[in-house]
Design a protein around this ligand. Sequence first.
Ligand SMILES: Nc1ncnc2c1ncn2[C@@H]1O[C@H](COP(=O)(O)OP(=O)(O)OP(=O)(O)O)[C@@H](O)[C@H]1O
Ligand SMILES: [Mg+2]
Length: 259
Amino acid sequence: MSWKIVSTGRGGTGKTTFTALITRYLPPPLLLIDIDPDQNLADMLGIDLEKQKVRTVSDALYDIQMNTGYEELSSMPLPDKVSYLLQRECLYEGDNFDLVTLGAKWTEGCYCAPDDLLRATIPNLAKNYKTVVMDSPAGLEHLNRKVISDIDDLFVLSDPSAKSVKHVKRIKNITQEIKIIYSHFYVVGNYELDSESEQYLRDSGETYLGKLDYDAQVKEYNLKGESLLDLPEDSPACVSARNILEKAGYKIEGVKVGG
Ligand SMILES: Nc1ncnc2c1ncn2[C@@H]1O[C@H](COP(=O)(O)OP(=O)(O)OP(=O)(O)O)[C@@H](O)[C@H]1O
Ligand SMILES: [Mg+2]
């Protein structure tokens, strides 16, 4: 069985940080999918995709559409080409997890219907894994696009602004309107939350799992381009991420460090 987890929330709330931090606690085999055009999940995990010769899906698709490569795939229908790429040169295969990055051109006028393609191909890749985590860009469009529609755990990262609290409600409404199916809707506070705004989230009627504690090393590692997987296990960010997962019912068996 594969669990599908989506981390979502407003811009800069800490979605990618949260995704990177929980990576070390999730049961393998684990697939991470970065659907943010800014594609910084790999960076936070210390993976240099170029060096590893792993392509983003959009770069590969772009070349297919421009006929600048992949001639050997020319007779395949487009979804088959994408499936092929997702399992090969667009797949980073690490010791502890695999990673697919959709990339930047995705939003810049692909001729194909990218969302349809993802819907047709990601489940095929995901079925090889026990756990699938998707890191999303800010905003709600990705939910509207229903790339993944049956989610086990939907984590919504919230900062202390009134807008963010409204965002939690809007996400909830949108998921209901467009019939995204999920088992759990979880609210996670970001590192900026004070006790008053935490109380507000606790009273929101949604399941509030706690907050990701402020951790100066997270900022430092991000700035230096170091992997968050190398943070000490007793660092505030790791301890709080682990607590959040445990509150959501995850049994943490092994802790992974390094990609
Ligand atoms: N627990 C924390 N302690 C300290 N800094 C943090 C923490 N969590 C996140 N940050 C910092 O906040 C900033 C935004 O984090 P992140 O990139 O994870 O947010 P995001 O929601 O993914 O942003 P985007 O919407 O651009 O994708 C980063 O500079 C990161 O270092
Ligand atoms: Mg992000």
